[in-house]
Design a protein around this ligand. Sequence first.
Ligand SMILES: CC(C)(COP(=O)(O)OP(=O)(O)OC[C@H]1O[C@@H](n2cnc3c(N)ncnc32)[C@H](O)[C@@H]1OP(=O)(O)O)[C@@H](O)C(=O)NCCC(=O)NCCS
Length: 141
Amino acid sequence: MLLTHKKLSIKQIQASETWPLRHVVMYPTHPKEYVILENDKEGIHFGGYAEGILVTVVSLFIKEKNAQFRKLATLEEHQGKGYASQLLSFVFDFSKKKNTSKIWCNARENKANFYHNFGMTKTNKTYKESGINFVIMEVNY
Ligand SMILES: CC(C)(COP(=O)(O)OP(=O)(O)OC[C@H]1O[C@@H](n2cnc3c(N)ncnc32)[C@H](O)[C@@H]1OP(=O)(O)O)[C@@H](O)C(=O)NCCC(=O)NCCS
């Protein structure tokens, strides 16, 4: 059953504002610094707020016609409410307005269905990191 949830308020944020959420959601057993990307400074970072609380984040890296999003994460207690979907839709619209023709990501294998809902398909590029299986997924438009 599809439940209705509050609409997210989405805004651009600093890379450093994404770090605590990336850490607690994605790599809680690693040191805090583990989630800092070397090219975070080149990224465009977005946060989704529900009732004033930062509940979901994502980082976008545009290189010419290609947009890559990374580190999509929603606080565990707020997952399944459609927040990451709203944030990702926003990022897709944003990327299209920037004249890109492809969006891609390194997807955790167990999240491939989630990205499939956005029209993304698996490429044949796979790898394993920190014990997690990844597959590169993309959509051209
Ligand atoms: C992946 C992740 C970002 C999704 O965040 P989320 O905010 O829970 O995402 P959504 O709520 O938009 O969607 C999650 C599921 O709930 C479903 N859903 C969304 N809105 C819904 C609603 N209103 N009612 C019922 N179900 C809903 C979606 O269809 C989706 O289902 P699926 O996974 O079977 O496709 C989150 O699980 C997460 O942070 N995981 C840990 C980090 C991670 O793995 N990041 C991705 C790396 S590739």
